[in-house]
Design a protein around this ligand. Structure first.
Ligand SMILES: Nc1ncnc2c1ncn2[C@@H]1O[C@H](COP(=O)(O)OP(=O)(O)O)[C@@H](O)[C@H]1O
Ligand SMILES: [Mg+2]
Length: 270
């Protein structure tokens, strides 16, 4: 789905150019779930904007869905197939109702009107907004708006959805809701890149990439990140309660594959 080799991105600042991403080697297979993390300003959003053609790398190579991202027409083609869900729930709706918003996404499909209405119904059902079909978008909660944004990705039939800290402005219930919606899409075959700074969201990701200062610092499993790498401490992360207990067990000689990442795993172990 994504193949980046030595990807470098510079941005202009007045007379100068400043490098935001340096020498990133990174790949994502079709159907994978990968989490991307790192402190504010480390380059996460800049990187994912390369993946859907909004940013153009200054050097290195990048192919997305098999398309070389240098030619502008390939970048335009990829924008459809790789969709972003942003942080701010208020920033990503165009219609005044969920119905209109999904209809907007389906517009270029050339569907007959009755098929289009049926498809809108299916999508709103899938994202749990069937009961809000004709509601004013301004009356939706943050979580409902994020679900609507996911519905728009489905209307465009995206191969890959990138969630850019999409839960960071939601309450705990709304966060879990969007995470579970994304997990359902992943199980149905959509490739997911889940950008987050939340430990509990990293813990449920099979693969984690860590960016720091525009470079890829880690790419591997959550267990080896939390139990075999010095990086979380070096970056000053606060471990989750499950990992804090796991570290105590590790000191007593427990094998790494038995150490807990989530509260549920901790409960099972105890
Ligand atoms: N278009 C741009 N022009 C100038 N600076 C930018 C631009 N895009 C990103 N940056 C800078 O690049 C760095 C990385 O930002 P960003 O990718 O938003 O990080 P993150 O998403 O990890 O918080 C920041 O220092 C930001 O100010
Ligand atoms: Mg960002």
């Amino acid at each position: 789905m994504i193949r980046a080799h030595n990807l470098t991105l510079s941005v202009r600042e007045g007379q100068h150019s400043r490098s935001v991403l340096q020498g990133i080697d990174f790949h994502i297979e079709r159907g994978e779930w990968v989490a991307l993390t790192g402190a504010n300003g480390c380059g996460k959003t800049s990187l994912i904007r390369c993946f859907n053609g909004l940013n153009t790398p200054s050097a290195g190579s990048l192919t997305v869905a098999g398309l070389d991202m240098r030619p502008a027409h390939n970048r335009a083609a990829v924008k459809q197939r790789v969709q972003l869900v942003f942080q701010n729930p208020e920033a990503q709706t165009v219609g005044s109702t969920p119905f209109e918003d999904i209809a907007f996404g389906l517009e270029n499909r050339g569907l007959a009107r009755d098929l289009m209405i049926a498809r809108i119904g299916e999508i709103l059902q899938q994202v749990g907004l069937a009961h809000k079909t004709e509601a004013e978008v301004s009356t939706l909660s943050g979580g409902e708006r994020q679900r609507l944004a996911v519905g728009c990705c489905l209307a465009l039939d995206a191969d890959m959805i990138i969630f850019d800290e999409a839960t960071s402005m939601l309450d705990p219930e709304g966060r879990l809701d969007i995470l579970e919606l994304a997990q359902g899409l992943w199980q149905a075959g959509t490739t997911i890149l889940w950008v987050t700074q939340r430990m509990e969201e990293l813990a449920v990701s099979p693969r984690i990439a860590v960016l720091g200062g525009g470079q890829l610092l880690y790419d591997g499993s959550p267990r080896s990140l939390f139990y075999a790498s010095a990086l979380p401490d070096a970056l000053g992360w606060t471990p989750s309660p499950a990992v804090r207990v796991g570290k105590l067990l590790q000191r007593q000689g427990w094998p790494v594959h038995l150490l807990p990442l989530t509260g549920q795993e901790l409960e099972e172990i105890l």
